[in-house]
Design a protein around this ligand. Structure first.
Ligand code: SAH
Length: 347
């Protein structure tokens, strides 16, 4: 049997082609695209399509629809964290956050990550797989539908390395920014990478207007390699020039994520090295107080140490902010809920 088509992963032009193959008029593609991006749960909900076409679609296509396995709502700030179940039994996390300027959603791009950063709860190479464009889109569609909140900003900072799932993520970006779909512009999207150098160059070639975040987390190779294995493959002397090339090609300022880990990344020497590394580079540094992950020996820096570190950077001309932490009562950083469930399921 031929494999069914994942219809929600199709771009408008491809939907038109599908309609042509099915002997349908071209305008049906536009109707279907709109329904898909409203998050319909079945082809039968596409009420302006003829019944016969709906049946044909059912036969030839798959309509993805995640199941909400778990949902946690923060009492502190209204942050909602979803654990979605996928059709193959795998699961992913999505976090919806409320800010003054709108709702921001943090989406996963892979089920389980292969990168192995020691401070992160998402490492799960055995179960890791790329999410399809439709599955990434579904995180937004079904979080919106369930919560009744309209998403205005997207961060690709959930589980997974987006640049390790390059083609699907690029297709997702085209779908989500389409005017007939969710219609979120690139300037409202951030993509975070642990630093896959060839893929940063690949992304630069596309000249997208999104914000690239680079998870730097340490200012020297020794420390960075000890917490991020990817640094052994692409050390700082390769990563930093790639970041500069990216800025040159796109004109978009890079945001460096820097986790504050007590005694590891928050020392005066680290601040000095970071200032040296980023000197003269028009960028932004986002200091993230480490989220403690169960069983990890790494401890978050104190508030005072974070402030001191930030002031040191600012005094030396760097643009540095401290990330506000949301959903503290529901362990809202990604990977933790999925990990908990996988433990329970395998017991
Ligand atoms: N793979 C991508 C995106 C996913 S992680 C990347 O590495 O950038 C999103 C961000 O959260 C990254 O900056 C990551 O390093 C950071 N992060 C992961 N675990 C964390 C933790 N326990 N505390 C603070 N930040 C964490």
């Amino acid at each position: 049997m031929e494999e069914k088509i994942c219809i929600k992963s199709l771009l408008p032009g491809e939907l038109e082609q599908l309609m042509a193959e099915l002997g349908e008029p071209r305008y049906r593609a536009g109707q279907i695209f709109k329904w898909l991006h409203q998050g319909v749960a079945s082809f039968d909900e596409m009420s302006d399509l003829p019944k016969a076409l709906r049946a044909r679609l059912e036969e030839t296509c798959v309509l993805t629809r995640p199941e909400i396995l778990r949902k946690q709502v923060s009492r502190l700030d209204g942050t909602i964290k979803y654990l979605f179940g996928l059709s193959d039994g795998n699961s992913i996390e999505t976090v919806l956050m409320e800010y003054e300027h709108g709702n921001s959603i943090c989406v996963s791009t892979q089920a389980g990550c292969k990168m192995g950063c020691v401070f992160c709860a998402s490492f799960d190479p055995a179960r890791s797989r790329n999410l399809t464009p439709a599955e990434i889109l579904d995180e937004i569609l079904f979080a919106q539908k369930d919560s009744g909140r309209k998403v205005s900003n997207i961060v690709l900072m959930g589980t997974g390395e987006p640049l390790d799932n390059f083609d699907n993520v690029m297709r997702f970006l085209k779908l989500v920014s389409h005017p007939d779909g969710i219609n979120i512009g690139m300037r409202h999207i951030s993509l975070s990478t642990c630093g896959l150098v060839p893929m940063i160059d690949e992304l630069a070639r596309l000249k997208l207007q999104l914000t690239l975040s680079v998870s730097l987390h340490a200012p020297n190779n020794e420390t960075r390699s000890s917490i991020m294995p990817v640094n052994r493959r692409y050390p700082l002397e390769e990563l930093m020039p790639a970041c500069r090339r990216y800025f040159k090609a796109t004109g978009r300022r890079i945001s460096f994520e820097y986790a504050m880990i007590r005694g590891v990344t928050d020392t005066r020497e680290c601040a000095r090295q970071l200032i040296g590394l980023l000197k003269g580079f028009n960028c932004h540094v986002n200091l993230i107080p480490l989220n403690h992950v169960e069983g990890s020996p790494l401890i978050p820096s104190t508030k005072e140490d974070v402030r001191r570190f930030q002031n040191e950077l600012i005094k030396n001309g760097l643009n540095a902010t401290v990330r506000r932490s949301l959903g503290g009562d529901i362990s809202a950083s990604c990977g933790q809920l999925r990990r908990q469930r996988n433990k329970e399921v395998s017991q």
